[in-house]
Write a protein that binds this ligand. Structure first.
Ligand code: SAM
Length: 355
């Protein structure tokens, strides 16, 4: 997923840097601002037991899939409903179920009524985040997944797999420049194409992993491990507003939506890490309470906290240092109104070896 602050293209830099600092006996890796799950998934493949967390529910769903799910998915509860499934090889069952869902008829549900032109054209605000066809199909698939879960035809692992597949697949066809803070007036090419449900990657291994959906400053007192990786927001843009539609598709809770962009209420998901006045205190509290041997922090040179602030806070726990890497700016930042116009930013990986 194209996500603000995604570390997908920095994974090797993170890995190499972490290896230079951490000892070889580390086993438990915490990724507590997990976003897309890219970092947790990478270190899961390296054999770590992962603790993942994010305040956003869509991120929790993705992390349940990429991190939490580590065993084969059988979908045996669907064998009666989907003829042919029983005879399919284990490794092809996920594709079979996704193909079935891709073929079901659309329904005029919440997404269509609030976020597609056909459904919203007679309302106070007309919105076009998805084509009418993709919106109705998204509704139908989302409702079917919930019915299967409620009828106990799928287990929780299969549920998160299907939801993640839906979030990833529909996101590729969103009619936006990049995030859900605004939609485009005309349907762009990728948005007018029909979407199909592509199976989300399933990483099999024999480690147990834990996934949470909490504010990190609350969770930190209840987890411990070897390596703590922190990748907080860098600026004032809240993830809850930029990705509100993914949150609604993931929860499918018929929220009250308002304004031009159809935002849901996000009072409980406002991040202190996006507030210039509150970020340092929140960070200080987090670092003080962390029960890990090594703490790493990704931050860039344009973030709300200064290098001095970070150094001051982290040094209190032990030996502090940092690595840097030049990095291409997130695409959405091309907007001419933005304060920073350089195409490259300097990405820092700060660390402290705790005493
Ligand atoms: C820079 S992104 C992480 C990107 C991630 N490393 C990746 O590669 O996809 C920051 C994440 O922190 C989450 N977040 C912000 N404030 C939080 C908080 N107080 N507790 C937990 N998660 C928070 C956001 O929802 C967002 O997903």
């Amino acid at each position: 997923m194209n996500y603000i602050g995604s570390k997908l293209s920095l994974l090797e830099f993170l890995d190499e840097s972490i290896n230079k600092v951490a000892d070889k006996n580390c086993r438990v890796f915490g990724d507590l601002f997990a976003g897309t799950g890219a970092v947790g998934a990478y270190f899961k493949k390296k054999g770590y037991s992962i603790i993942a967390n994010d305040i956003q529910y869509y991120s929790y769903v993705l992390n349940q899939q990429y991190v939490g799910n580590h065993e084969v998915l059988e979908f045996s509860g669907l064998e009666k409903e989907l003829p042919g499934l029983k005879e399919i090889k284990h490794e092809d069952k996920k594709d079979f179920v996704c193909n079935y869902l891709s073929s079901i008829k659309g329904i005029k549900g919440f997404v269509y009524k609030n976020y597609c032109f056909g459904g919203s054209k007679k309302k106070e605000f007309q919105r076009q985040y998805f084509s009418d066809e993709n919106g109705t199909r998204c509704d139908a698939i989302r409702q079917k997944i919930e019915v299967w879960k409620n009828d106990k035809k799928i287990n929780v692992n299969e549920y998160y797999f299907l939801l993640s597949s839906l979030l990833e697949s529909i996101d590729k066809h969103a009619n936006t420049a990049s995030v859900y803070g605004a939609f485009l007036k005309q349907l762009k090419k990728s948005a007018s194409k029909s979407f199909t449900l592509k199976p989300a990657e399933l990483i099999l291994n024999d480690q147990e992993h834990k996934v949470f959906n909490e504010d990190i400053n609350k969770l930190i007192k209840n987890v411990k491990g070897d390596i703590l990786y922190l990748d907080p927001p860098y600026n004032q843009r809240q993830y809850s507003t930029n990705y509100h539609l993914l949150e609604t598709i993931a929860k499918y809770d018929n929220p009250k939506v308002y304004g031009k962009t159809g935002l849901r209420n996000y009072e409980k998901q406002k991040s202190l890490y996006c507030s210039r006045g509150q970020v340092k205190k929140a960070f200080q509290d987090l670092i003080t309470n962390a029960r890990f041997k090594y703490i790493f922090l990704s931050y860039n040179n344009e973030g709300l906290m200064s290098h001095e602030d970070i150094k001051e806070v982290m040094s209190k726990r032990g030996k502090y240092g940092y690595f840097t890497k030049k990095y291409n700016r997130f695409k959405a930042d091309k907007d001419a109104n933005r304060v920073h116009t350089a195409n490259k930013t300097l990405e820092y990986l700060h660390y402290v070896i705790c005493k």
